[in-house]
Ligand binder design. Structure first.
Ligand code: PGA
Length: 251
């Protein structure tokens, strides 16, 4: 049985007081976290205070990005050891917004993932096709390439730290969700791809999250699909009430 994950990607939203209020609100309703791994991903300046506020709860904290070098002259960047030193041992990598607006390509992502895994961090690696990919019927090829090009060198032990988030780009922040059937179809394909390249055991243990306009109203139906192991939630993770009801839907 794979434990479901519900992760909130706060993106470039909230001020410090708002972030603390949100984290505090999630922590207060602690009973809801049984049987579901809950993660929040605040922006860099809020990571440490959010970690502090969530101490003593089971809610994990992830960064939304990270640099591939351990340290050095990389103005504006943040390293794995910096994150670990403030209590953050998880990171989202390869989000489509990072790929699209910040030019992150397969080569960069491979390096980032390697560094995260060398530091025993949990990685939520995002994949997903654009609308034109889907319309051209190449969505399976695109997602397969995003997985094999970046993850094929990982050892079985490293895979234990990996989570994949399938986020069709056309569904992110658009209000347009993949149907539960479309999500299941792609998640099953991702699991098969991992089984072929890395083996059945790793594939069966891998958590694959769906992301893209998940809301309280559609979460349960999507999470009920056999290969959907939870969600990566953007907009709806910014309100404690909505995020908690999405967590509830994963139980
Ligand atoms: P959304 O974002 O839930 O606002 O569509 C999801 C994501 O980008 O992770």
């Amino acid at each position: 049985m794979r434990k479901k994950i519900v992760a909130g990607n706060w993106k470039m939203h909230l001020t410090l007081p708002e972030a603390l209020e949100l984290a505090g609100g999630l922590k207060a309703d602690i009973s809801i976290h049984e049987n579901v791994e809950v993660i929040v991903a605040p922006s860099f300046p809020f990571l440490h205070p959010v970690c502090e506020i969530l101490k003593g709860s089971s809610i994990g904290v992830a960064a939304q990005n990270m640099h591939w070098a351990e340290s050095g002259a990389f103005t504006g960047e943040v390293s794995a050891s910096m994150l670990l030193s403030v209590g953050v041992d998880k990171v989202i990598l390869g989000h489509s917004e990072r790929r699209r607006y910040f030019g992150e390509n397969e080569e960069v992502l491979q390096k980032k993932i390697k560094v995260a895994l060398n530091n025993d961090m949990q990685v939520i690696y995002c994949v997903g096709e654009t609308l034109s990919d889907r319309e051209a019927g190449i969505h399976f090829d695109i997602v397969q390439r995003q997985i094999t090009d970046v993850l094929s060198g990982l050892s079985q032990a490293e895979w234990k730290h990996m989570v994949i988030a399938y986020e069709p780009v056309w569904a992110i922040g658009t209000g347009r969700t993949a149907t539960p059937g479309q999500a299941q179809e792609m998640h099953k394909f991702i699991r098969q791809t991992v089984a072929e390249t890395t083996g059945e055991e790793v594939a069966q243990g891998l958590r694959i999250l769906y992301g893209g306009s998940v809301k309280p109203a559609n979460a349960a139906e999507i999470f009920a699909r056999p290969d959907v192991d939870g969600g990566l939630i953007g907009g709806a993770s910014l309100k404690a009430e909505d995020f908690l009801s999405i967590i509830q839907a994963a139980k």
